[in-house]
Design a protein. Structure first.
Length: 206
């Protein structure tokens, strides 16, 4: 299952990029986006004798495609999201790993008719495809966890457009199983570890 999903990810990304680059939609905007994310692994309580660094600061970068229909904006994107420096510890042994996600958020924006600033609220699902270079951890990751994000931003028209925004995302499916190999031991815990995010993001389009 994991191998099949990994093979499908490049196909999904290629299709999304093709759609983002399509000029056929009148008034559509194509842009790039990037920013900071504070990532937290929630709902995971390690057993006694183990410790787990469950909060880290990462980054993301990607491209988006926006179409406005009156006060509603539809904005799919393809995002590379990095969650670095997760560390599981048992005595003198540690397992450190980064999680990399290819994400496809489908934002629906409610726009307000304020000149120049154009504030908006947004909400939508984020479809994620996680992986890590640590094989023993990679096998424990969910194939395609989903996150729900809400946020607010501004659509600043300066001849080109800037899109500053803040977002909060809550995992609605677990990121991974509640077990992490550490040397000859396995960190086990209670709960279903999910990925929650707080994001500060800036986009630009022409």
């Amino acid at each position: 299952m994991k191998t099949d999903t990994r093979r499908r990810v490049p196909v999904l990304v290629a299709v999304a990029i093709f759609l983002l680059a399509s000029p056929s939609v009148a008034g559509a905007q194509i842009g790039v986006v990037g920013g900071y994310n504070r990532d937290t692994i929630e709902e995971f309580l390690p057993e006694n004798g183990f410790d787990f660094t469950d909060r880290t600061d990462g980054f993301h970068i990607g491209i988006f495609f926006n179409v406005n229909v009156g006060p509603i904006g539809i904005r799919p994107a393809v995002i590379y999201h990095r969650v670095p420096d997760l560390v599981a510890t048992a005595g003198e042994s540690t397992t450190q790993f980064d999680v990399e996600l290819v994400e496809i958020p489908l934002d629906v924006r409610l726009r307000f008719p304020v000149p120049l600033l154009r504030p908006y609220f947004l909400a939508g699902p984020v479809f994620s495809f996680p992986s890590t270079s640590v094989t023993s951890v990679n096998d424990l990751l969910n194939d395609r966890p989903i996150r729900l994000e809400v946020g607010a931003g501004l659509e600043l028209d300066l001849g080109f457009k800037l899109w500053p925004e803040i977002r909060y995302g809550r995992g609605i499916e677990p990121l991974m199983r509640p077990a992490i190999p550490i040397g000859a031991s396995v960190l086990r815990g209670q709960g279903e570890p999910r990925l929650d995010t707080f994001t500060v993001r800036l986009g630009i389009s022409f």
